[in-house]
Design a protein around this ligand. Structure first.
Ligand SMILES: Cc1ncc(COP(=O)(O)O)c(C=O)c1O
Length: 390
């Protein structure tokens, strides 16, 4: 089936966080949610459930686990066992429970800024301290400072590392070599790796996602991987994620916390949606990635021709594009206010991802091309005007 990603879907007044939080005349290009309909097999599966008219307490049947296992085998060359899989309604709640299960008050948790902003709050809300291993910007792409990582990981108070792979917002798809270096440092210093791989299916041509835990037995046992069909298939509202926890001791600890917090049963629709997505969603995903590739190219060309003061950071995965606006001489807060007030476009303010996000914005390009063109045209005048004032 040929999908039409150009279709404009009216999302205002649908209880949609992306479209209904801001003013009516502001074009939202912020939160990580796509303005596309999901794959037809998922819609059909949901319709089937809806038509039954019965929405009672629900369990995870074997076909649910088979669908997850099949997906990871086919797409990521990683063979999972059913026992390893632990359900949670979302990756962010999962991160919070994982931290609670594996730290004591005052422990430290590593992250790599600029990074997805809930990483900070899941650490501090659980009584731990953030330890930052800032990423280094080298020729419009980000690299890991391994010396700094080793230094920080060697602090005995550091118990966990939140690894964002692929990385939101800098768009890196970490290479096998990089992941091996991270894994070896963490193993050496007894730091447990929490690999948030929610963006693992959104990879551009020429790159490949390597599941951290798939690299070797040591990494498999020293990691918890967070996965979900939500970014891949635009299902965030269904609240379903699955954690890969091969280490029995870690799994028992995590399950205890989930039981204590009464996290167990899934949303009735999420089960059917996940099964359809992972079993029949590949055709849609292939077409989605082609469309996103086109949007990314359009953005890069447009910025290069019309707003050369801005630098689009090299994107290897995700539909979230990190743009360096520091040449405009404005803080990201000032810039975002200007963009919302004058250009009527809402991007994510780079400073919320960490101090080194100051002067950057994050642009969500998962929308019909017409909206992307509209958004870029709206900001063009404001950026050009501002740049000539500097
Ligand atoms: C890295 C990362 N982790 C987790 C999430 C959200 O996960 P969930 O909606 O399952 O809590 C996002 C959403 O943008 C994300 O970018």
């Amino acid at each position: 089936m040929k999908y039409n990603f150009d279709e404009i879907i009216l999302r205002r007044n649908t209880n949609c966080i992306k479209w209904d939080r801001g003013a009516e005349d502001v074009l939202p290009m912020w939160v990580a949610d796509m303005d596309f309909k999901t794959a037809q097999p998922i819609i059909d599966a949901l319709k089937g459930k809806l038509d039954s008219g019965v929405f009672g307490y629900t369990l995870h049947p074997d076909v649910y686990y088979d669908a997850i296992i099949g997906w990871w085998e086919r797409r990521h060359n990683f063979t999972l066992k059913k026992d390893w899989l632990v359900f949670c309604p979302g990756v962010v709640p999962a991160l919070s429970y994982i931290i609670r299960a594996n730290t004591c008050q005052g422990d430290k948790v590593l992250l790599q800024s600029p990074v997805y902003y809930p990483f900070y709050r899941v650490i501090t809300n659980n009584g731990c301290q953030v330890v930052d291993n800032p990423l280094k910007l080298v020729h419009e792409s980000y690299e890991i400072d391994f010396e700094d990582l080793e230094n920080k990981a060697s602090d005995p108070k550091v118990k966990l590392m939140l690894l964002c792979s692929p990385h939101n917002p800098v768009g890196r798809v970490w290479t096998r070599e990089e992941l091996i270096r991270i894994g070896e440092i963490c193993e050496k210093h007894k730091v447990l790796v929490i690999a948030d791989e929610i963006h693992c299916d959104l990879i551009y041509k020429g790159y490949k996602h390597i599941p951290f835990a798939s690299i070797n037995e040591g990494f498999l046992m020293n990691s918890i991987t967070c996965t979900a069909p939500s970014k891949t298939f635009n299902l965030a509202g269904l609240q379903v994620s699955n954690l890969i926890v091969p280490n029995k001791e870690l799994r028992t600890k995590l399950k205890q916390i989930l039981v204590v917090n009464e996290i167990g049963e899934p949303n009735v629709f999420s089960v059917n949606a996940l099964i359809a997505a992972y079993n029949y969603g590949e055709e849609w995903l292939t077409q989605l990635m082609e469309y996103l590739e086109g949007n990314l190219k359009y953005l890069i060309d447009f910025v290069g021709s019309n707003m050369p003061a801005l630098k689009v950071i090299k994107t290897e995965g995700t539909y979230l594009i990190w743009v360096d606006c520091r040449a405009l001489g404005k803080s990201s807060k000032e810039l975002n206010t200007l963009l919302i007030k004058n250009a009527k476009v809402w991007f994510n303010d780079g400073s919320t991802f960490g101090l080194n996000g100051e002067g950057f914005v994050r642009i969500n390009i998962a929308c019909p091309r017409e909206l992307l063109v509209e958004g870029l045209n709206r900001i063009k005048g404001v950026i050009t005007e501002n740049n000539s004032e500097n």
